[in-house]
Design a protein around this ligand. Structure first.
Ligand code: ADE
Length: 223
């Protein structure tokens, strides 16, 4: 899989995409991630990428031309399955979308900044618009990092134990059950007996029951 990310502040993506599971996936050649600096496509001697909006109003808008040139350049080498714009007015992201995106070959993510991007890019290039929640970030970079992390960990071979992705919260519309590790008794705080019983069927039943209880209490909308 290839994930290309267009950003006006690429430094924001450095740390989240260079550690832990995403890094392991890159090392195993299961994903290639390219960060493209929009400033490389800036106009005039100032390398301008944004301007004030027509009609007046506060906030700068990422200009159509640098984004157009950047996307065109990338498309010379790559055919994208989806061109995704990260924006608070997009469809709210969830695990089902992560699952579907993890099956794609090539993705292009566009990070907005300031007031957003010129609408003509959305009309002519973008195939999906995704929000990571009902709040406004300073730019799309953190949202792109979240998308990338949630997709990459689902690519077969990335996690050592595929079970651990399949049993994540939301994977089957249920929240995960509680988990414990050693010691079995910490200052009188005890791990449930069933988890120490070695009885697989009872453990599975207990976990399902706990998942249902937790989902009912915290996220009844999922049931
Ligand atoms: N850019 C700014 N806010 C965002 C959000 N909530 N989701 C995705 N991209 C964004």
């Amino acid at each position: 899989m290839q994930i290309d990310i267009i950003s006006a502040v690429p430094e924001l993506l450095d740390s989240p995409l260079n550690h832990s599971i995403v890094n392991r996936a890159k090392d195993k050649n299961l994903v290639e991630i390219n960060i493209i600096n929009l400033h490389d496509y800036g106009l005039n001697k100032y390398k301008q990428i944004d301007d004030t909006q027509y009609g007046g109003g506060a906030g700068m808008v990422l200009m159509v031309e640098p984004l157009y040139n950047c996307i065109n350049d990338l498309q010379k080498n790559t055919v994208y399955d989806e061109i995704i714009y990260l924006t608070p007015d997009g469809n709210t992201y969830n695990q089902k979308m992560a699952n579907a995106l993890s099956l794609k070959g090539n993705l292009l993510l566009i990070c907005g900044h300031y007031k957003g991007i010129d609408e003509r890019i959305r009309e002519h290039f973008v195939t999906m618009e995704i929000s990571i929640g009902d709040y406004v970030l300073s730019g799309g970079e953190l949202a792109a990092a979240i998308l990338t992390d949630s997709i990459v960990r689902l690519i077969p071979g990335v996690l050592n134990d595929i079970e651990s992705a399949l049993s994540d919260s939301f994977q089957d519309d249920l929240l995960s059950p509680p988990v414990y590790t050693r010691p079995a008794d910490f200052k009188g705080w005890k791990v449930p007996d069933v988890l120490l019983s070695g009885h697989d069927k009872n453990i599975d039943d207990w976990r399902l029951e706990q998942s249902l209880k937790r989902t009912k209490e915290r996220r009844p909308d999922l049931l």
